[in-house]
Structure formats: C-alpha cells, structure tokens
Design a protein around this ligand. Structure first.
Ligand SMILES: Cc1cc2nc3c(=O)[nH]c(=O)nc-3n(C[C@H](O)[C@H](O)[C@H](O)COP(=O)(O)O)c2cc1C
Length: 355
C-alpha cells in the first residue's frame, strides 16, 4: 500500500517537473533542445539519417565524383540559366566543374544504360550550355574542353545525333491537353480512401503506369528523392501490412502494399531535409489519381515515427542509413460493396486566404 503510494507520488512529481520544464523550454530554442535531449529522443533517428545523407552526398561529390543527385540539380540549374529572360552571358561557373566531374563518372558508369533518358538530358543540356555560353572565362573554357574530350570519347550513341533535344523549349509548341476542369474535379472527388478491395490481382503494368504519371510530379531541383517499394506477393503483403499502425481492421483486404521511401543523400545541406516528404507527397497524389483513372483505388497509410517500427521497416526493406520510410499505401480494385468514409472537406473560406 505504502509502496504503491510512493510510486504514485513519484510519478506525479515527475509529471510536474516534465510539464513545467516543457512550458519553460518552449520560450527558448536552447532550452527546447535541452528538453528533447533530456526527456524525448524522438528526433534522434531523423538527425542521424539527415547527417548520414549529407555525408553520403558530400562523399559522392568530392571523393568518388559520381553524385547523380548533384548532376540532376546542376543540370536543372543550367536549364534555368538557359531559359532566363534575358539570358546572361555567363552563368554556372561556380558549379560547372563539379557538374562535369559527375557527368564524366556517371557516363562511364552508366553508358550501357540506354533506357535512362536522363543521360541524354545531361548530355543535351551541357552541349547547349557550352555552345551558347561565353567561353572567355578560364573555368568555363577548361570545362568545355573537358566536356568535348569526354563526349568525343563516347561511343556513338543514338542520342548524340537525335534532332529532338532535351533542352528548354517553348510552351507554345506543346499540345494543349483536353482534360477540362470539371473532368479533373470529378477525378479528384472520385478518389477517396478505399479500405475494402476485391481479391483480384493488380497487373504490374497498371502500377507502373501510375508510377510513370507520378514521375511527372514537380520535385525540388527535379531530384525526385524517393522510391516506390511495391509488394504484391501475398506473403510479403501480410508482413508489410503489419508494420504501420493504421491498417487494423482492414489490412487483410489489401492486395498490394506500397512503401514510399525517401533518400536523404539527395542533399548537401540540412535546409533541404523536409524535401523528401514534400516531393514524395506530390508524386503520391499523381499516383493515386492515375490509379483512379484505371479503375484502381488506394488508401494512404501513415508512417509513424516510432523507433521499434522504423527498425522493423528498415530491415524489411533493407534500407540504407540515409533512407527513411515516408508513407505507405494500400492499393487494389475497390470492392463495390465496401463502404467508403464520406470525409466531407473543409469549406473554401477556411483553407484559403488571399494576400
Ligand atoms: C498522410 C496520411 C496518412 C494516413 N494514414 C491513414 C492510416 O494510417 N490509416 C487509414 O485507414 N487511413 C489513413 N489515411 C487516410 C485518411 O484517413 C483520409 O485521407 C482522410 O480521412 C480523408 O479521406 P479521403 O482520403 O477519402 O478523402 C491517411 C491519409 C494521409 C494523407
């Protein structure tokens, strides 16, 4: 009895200290850091993964010089330079050397990867850059000579002679698509989280189609720092369905599970640590709408930031230290007899403010 009383008072005292310290800590950044150091280590894994990503990125840029994310980002920066009005005579001198470093290494590593249209994009954009930029700057002149040497040593690939170039183009040349607002709004409304699916296999080709649509989503500097990990083997689906928390009661109905994984090695700086979540979410939305256009449905499933679950997911997916699960998704053919939550949305005036 006394033991129980002591235990309860100790718990109460702890709660009081905890409450007062958290209220005090919120007033200062340093105290907030101390609070999370002393009482709550939830952020530790994120910090470690961000650091692991940064180091991987820097090592690939400086040691092995084959940083694919860097090459994408810098190709994107060059394209932006090429489309500026007016176009500057000289730009890119700060990053052209690292760009050519990675271009050379990635070309050498992936020259047989004919299925990768990004290699053509790198090649075409760099070609355009060097044929229009002012070559009087010594850094640009040196890199142009290196680029020429690299491409001259390239075996003749089809894209070297293709007339259609993967470089900035005029919007007017694009065909106007014929989906009108009403049709698009209907598709958005049709997409609702479906939790009851038919016991019917989903053709991989349709999943790939949806991923191709997701692949068109915007991403910061075009880096697309994510991967779709797909499980359609029933035994594996059974396992992966258990990993997040939000599948209870209906998990057994899911025929295909997807885990979106973010790659933190896409960044050299902590300022971009949230971009994996933003970019993967934008791609997910296109993915879900594409599924709807093919009579398939989906349910987003939260990925809770809980250590025990994360370590299970890490070993299940064999993730690198700089990879983090972002969200899961159950997909399949919707069961016409299954109920769907109505999920009325917030009114316009609550979610928008002008100026
Ligand atoms: C990030 C995210 C996490 C979600 N997590 C779960 C989940 O764990 N379990 C679940 O049944 N639904 C989950 N949902 C689905 C939401 O409950 C659903 O999107 C919301 O209620 C609105 O309904 P609607 O999708 O039909 O418009 C999640 C949705 C999102 C975007």
């Amino acid at each position: 009895m006394i033991k129980e009383l002591l235990k309860r008072s100790e718990k109460l005292v702890r709660q009081i200290i905890y409450d007062s310290f958290s209220r005090l800590s919120v007033r200062s950044r340093k105290l907030s850091v101390l609070y999370y150091f002393l009482f709550d280590r939830s952020f530790d894994r994120e910090i470690q993964a961000v650091l692991a990503g940064k180091i991987q990125h820097i090592d690939e840029a400086k040691k092995t010089k084959n940083n694919y994310f860097l090459l994408i980002r810098n190709t994107h920066r060059i394209e932006k330079g090429l489309l500026m009005k007016p176009r500057r005579d000289l730009f890119g001198k700060e990053y052209i050397t690292e760009t050519i470093d990675s271009f050379e290494a990635i070309w050498n590593l992936g020259k047989d990867d004919k299925a990768n249209p990004q290699i053509k994009w790198f090649y075409d954009v760099l070609n355009e850059y060097f044929s229009t930029i002012n070559l009087s700057h010594p850094v640009i002149a040196t890199e142009e000579a290196r680029f020429k040497r690299i491409i001259n040593e390239m075996p003749s690939t089809a894209f070297k002679t293709q007339t259609a170039k993967s470089i900035p183009y005029h919007r007017a040349k694009q065909p106007v698509n014929n989906v009108n607002y009403a049709q698009f709004y209907d598709l958005c409304k049709q997409r609702r989280s479906v939790r009851w699916f038919l016991d019917k296999p989903v053709p991989r080709e349709l999943i790939d189609n949806a991923i191709l649509a997701a692949n068109q989503a915007p991403s910061a500097c075009n880096r697309q720092p994510f991967e779709f990990r797909i499980f359609d083997d029933p035994e594996m689906v059974k396992k992966v369905v258990q990993l997040p928390m939000g599948t209870s009661g209906y998990g057994h109905s899911i025929p295909v599970m997807i885990v979106l994984v973010g790659n933190l090695d896409a960044y050299f700086d902590e300022r971009d640590r949230h971009v994996i979540y933003i970019d993967a979410s934008l791609a997910s939305m296109s993915f879900m709408l594409a599924l709807e256009s093919m009579d398939l449905s989906s349910c987003s499933i939260n990925w809770p930031d809980i250590e025990a679950r994360e370590s299970k997911m890490h070993s299940f997916l064999n993730l690198k230290p700089y990879q983090r699960p972002i969200m899961c998704m159950g997909i399949g053919y919707p069961d016409p007899d299954g109920l769907i939550a109505y999920s009325e949305k917030r009114p316009l005036h609550q979610i928008r403010k002008y100026n």
